[in-house]
Structures are given as C-alpha cells and as structure tokens.
Write a protein that binds this ligand. Structure first.
Ligand code: ADE
Length: 228
C-alpha cells in the first residue's frame, strides 16, 4: 500500500485553508489519517523582532514582495523535520493551469510542500531555486495563494484511494476520462413541479443507461467548449 501523503503548507493565513479539514470528504480523510496537513508560517522564520516577511520591490513599483530568507528558512525547516525535500509547488497566477490530470499525478507523491504567496508575490530567487512547479487555478488574481492551495489540496485528497465513501465515485467525475465532463444526475422525486427524470434511468438496462450518460457527457462537453 502507498504510504500516506504528507502536505506541508507555507502560508501567512492558514485560517483560509483550515475549513477544508472541518467538513466533508477532505475532513473525513483527515480524521482517518489518510493524509497529514501541517502549516508553516513564514513569520516564524523572519530575521527581525517584528516578524517582517515582506519588503519593497527593488526597481520600484507598487506593493510588497515576500522576502527570500523567511521562505528559504521555512523550506529548510520542513526538510529537516521530514527528512525529505518534498515536491515543491508555488501557487501563483503566473503558473501553469491546474487540471484534473495534475491532481491525478500529484496524489502519487508522498510529500508535497505548497507555498502560498501574498502581496505582489515572492522574490524570484525562491521560485528559481526552491520551487519545482508553479501552479495557477485560473486566469484571475486572488489576494493570496491560500485559497488556491485549498482548491488544489481538496482536488488531490479526494483522489486518495479510500477517501470517498463510494470508492468508485470519482471515476465518473468530470475530466476523469481526458477532458470529458460528468453526465447529469437525478434523484428523488421522480417528478416535481411537472419536471420529469429522463425515462431511460428507470429502464433497468444498465448498458442503455451507461450509453445515455456517455452521450449526455459528450453533449455537455461540446456545448461548454462552444461557450468558452
Ligand atoms: N495566487 C493569486 N492568484 C492565484 C491564482 N489564480 N492561482 C494560484 N495562486 C494564486
């Protein structure tokens, strides 16, 4: 059996990420120790009594930049604590787009370290020398990497074998087969306000149902591609 996945997160505001382990699939996986999550605050590794972690950018310009030293020390502390460097991800709008295929490959790792930036970002020397992968969750700018990290952690953890109560349930997810979206779902009641569930779902013919679902998934995928 694969050893449990350890996720270390370097973040100034861990409170933004914590709710994912308070409810739902990720929380249950956490309670069952299917993964370990630990937060590391760069302020604990700052060089001064004010716990400063940011400074004005060289060359001028607006905002502040997270400094090299507190982040490097946080990475070093994680490495010393775990005895492993970990696969290091930096959440940033400049990164490659996070996709389901990436979640599937990251769940195979045993040790992930996720760096969340704030302000205008982090000193480029951290990215160049400490980071293995820069990831964006979409083409918009968040106030910090914490929300993005929460998204990535959720997407990874639900893929851990045993994380979902119905083990096969993520096999039908959108994108589980290439870029195909999920099919529509219906549940009780069979009719409400004149709205009916498609008859095929009551046919008892599993092959027919599977074919209908696949067809619906294809149509949805094509429609969304046209819209975007
Ligand atoms: N930090 C700020 N915006 C982000 C985004 N879109 N994706 C990942 N990290 C971010």
């Amino acid at each position: 059996m694969k050893s449990k996945i350890v996720i270390d997160v370097i973040a100034l505001i861990p409170e933004i990420i914590l709710p994912i382990i308070e409810d739902g699939v990720v929380s249950r996986a956490h309670d069952r120790s299917l993964f370990e999550l630990r937060f590391w605050n760069p302020r604990d590794y700052s060089l001064d009594n004010h716990h400063t972690v940011d400074a004005r950018p060289f060359g001028g310009g607006p905002g502040m930049v997270m400094m090299y030293e507190p982040l490097k020390k946080a990475f070093d502390a994680i490495e010393a604590f775990r005895g492993s460097r970990g696969y290091r991800i930096y959440m940033s709008p400049q990164g490659g787009l996070f996709r389901q295929s990436m979640a599937r490959s990251l769940v195979e790792e045993t040790h992930l370290v996720i760096l969340c930036g704030r302000y205008e970002g982090v000193d480029q020397r951290i990215i160049d020398h400490e980071i293995d992968l820069e990831l964006s969750i979409g083409d918009y700018v968040l106030s910090g990497g914490e929300l993005a990290a929460a998204v990535v952690i959720d997407a990874i953890v639900r893929l851990i074998p045993d994380a979902m109560s119905n083990e096969a349930s993520h096999l039908n997810d959108s994108f589980s087969e290439g870029d195909l979206l999920d099919h529509p779902h219906y549940t009780r009641p069979r009719e409400i306000n004149g709205l009916k569930v498609p008859e095929v779902l009551f046919s008892g013919d599993h092959q027919k149902i599977a074919m209908w679902r696949q067809e619906q998934a294809h149509q949805k995928t094509i429609l969304r591609k046209k819209r975007s």
